[in-house]
Design a binder for this molecule. Structure first.
Ligand code: UD1
Length: 430
């Protein structure tokens, strides 16, 4: 099984290019099947979550053409099935966006219910509530969710929680509904806006994406488009934290600095220098990392997907920090692994109390999920000696060429497939 092996203690210098946003790409891909014409999506990250959703789209009969590593053309005219099986849902949870897209387009979808996952129970009751409000009969039976409607009619939908998934899914179904839909308490994340922008470029009529009230006037049909995915806020934030933890100075290119403001603000509070350019940010580590108090919140608050990475930075700070996770109930599972690297973190309820230790020690650790996996790599870059990160399949779900991009900044990191290769790396870097 593939692992990352890292020799820590080298500061990062140079430039890194950020790819397209994984979470936006998943919504865009689902939206693409709604037209009976070619929809070309550019700047797709080449990561396993995206590639799995493309397979799910092929499996229902859509025509998929890989133009190049980051571009795909999809035509939904050839779709012959409304069913997404459990095997597919297990591989990529966001396959559930196909419910909204299929229901909107064909008035029918049957999709396996996603289970829980490593970061919490993650129900989809709000998605179901939205579909029902649009007039669909939604039943769950034998682990499958079946949504069917003779007519979809616009409605006012209040989301009890500003859920990203529910906002995108309901938006997908509503673009083809009759009349006007208003989603209140909608999620404001950049990827919600990106999906709305692409749907609008396909002929949809969506206003207000990026605010908590999205207004959609249904249109009978969508047409083809060519659309480029926004840069990945979380990939960029991960590199920012890598610099903060390992030291150095890096220009992070192809980003939307506005999307990074909450991360930049915290890193500056912790002693880093962050300079914003039009489509780049430069991060310079401070001489010493200061402590901070952070609470994860929906956008524009501090993202839950950056929580493990910033905790790694804070674990090496001068002083005590507190990080409260308010989105997912089970997102501190990596803390035991990090404590094995010498951090001193105690989790009580949804809060991590972090006593800064100055320096971490390399160890063999396992990635429990995508973002925590990236965080453990950052810990390895900053630690004394060698760190081996197992279960990197989680990391590969959302980071393209992670080790290559870090190595490009001077990090001593390699992907290895055997103890022999790990040994070779140890000998090489000394
Ligand atoms: C998306 C992101 C994920 C990110 C999360 C929060 C994608 C593919 N994934 O996940 O990386 O961590 O947003 O920014 O974009 N909830 C309900 N009922 C529902 C739906 C959600 O109770 O029907 C709850 C969840 O359990 C969670 C909260 O709402 O506590 C927010 O979840 P949500 O925004 O829906 O996250 P995802 O869309 O699953």
């Amino acid at each position: 099984m593939e692992q990352y092996i890292i020799k820590g203690g080298t500061a990062l210098y140079g430039e890194v290019e950020i790819g397209g946003a994984k979470n936006a790409a998943l919504g865009l891909l689902a939206a693409s099947i709604m037209a009976d014409e070619d929809v070309t999506i550019e700047n797709l990250p080449d990561v396993s979550d995206v590639n799995q959703l493309i397979i799910a789209i092929e499996n229902i009969g859509a025509t998929v053409k890989r133009v190049d590593r980051h571009t795909v053309t999809i035509n939904g005219k050839t779709i012959y099935s409304h069913v997404v099986e459990y095997e597919q849902m297990k591989k990529i949870r966001a396959s559930y966006y196909l419910i909204g897209a299929l229901l909107g387009k064909f008035r029918e979808a049957e999709v396996a219910l996603p289970g829980g996952c490593n970061i919490g129970s993650r129900p989809i009751d709000l998605h179901q509530k939205g579909f029902t409000a649009l007039g669909a009969d939604v039943v769950t039976d034998h682990g499958m969710l079946h949504a069917k409607a003779d007519r979809l009619v616009g409605n006012n939908i209040f989301l009890d929680i500003a859920s990203v998934g529910a906002t995108i899914n309901v938006m997908l179904a509503a673009v083809n509904a009759e009349g006007k839909t208003v989603i209140e308490n909608a999620a404001k994340e950049p990827h919600v806006v990106d999906v709305a922008n692409m749907l609008n470029s396909m002929g949809a009529n969506i206003r207000g994406a990026g605010t908590d009230k999205i207004r959609i006037v249904g249109v009978p049909k969508l047409h083809g488009t060519v659309y480029s995915t926004i840069p990945d806020q979380i990939e960029a934030g991960t590199f920012m934290c890598a610099v903060a933890a390992a030291g150095g100075e890096v220009l992070i290119r192809n980003v939307i600095p506005k999307h990074l403001e909450c991360i930049s603000a915290k890193l500056m509070e912790m002693g880093c220098t962050v300079i914003e350019y039009d489509d780049a940010v430069k991060v310079k580590a401070g001489d010493e990392t200061g402590s901070a108090k952070i609470k994860t919140l929906p956008y524009p608050g501090f993202p839950t997907d950056m929580q493990p990475q910033i905790v790694v930075c804070l674990s090496m700070a001068n002083g005590n920090s507190m990080v409260t996770e308010s989105i997912f109930e089970n997102r501190f599972k990596y803390v035991d692994e990090l404590n094995r690297m010498g951090s001193m973190i105690k989790v009580e309820g949804n809060t991590a109390f972090i006593s800064g230790v100055g320096r971490l020690e390399g160890a063999q650790v396992s990635a429990p999920d995508l973002r925590a996996g990236a965080a453990l790599v950052i810990a390895g870059l900053a630690a004394n000696g060698f760190t081996q990160v197992d279960d990197i399949v989680y990391i590969q779900r959302g980071y393209e060429r992670f080790e290559e991009k870090l190595a490009g900044l001077g990090a001593n990191i390699e992907k290895v497939d055997s103890e022999k290769e790990a040994q070779k790396f140890r000998l090489k870097v000394g």
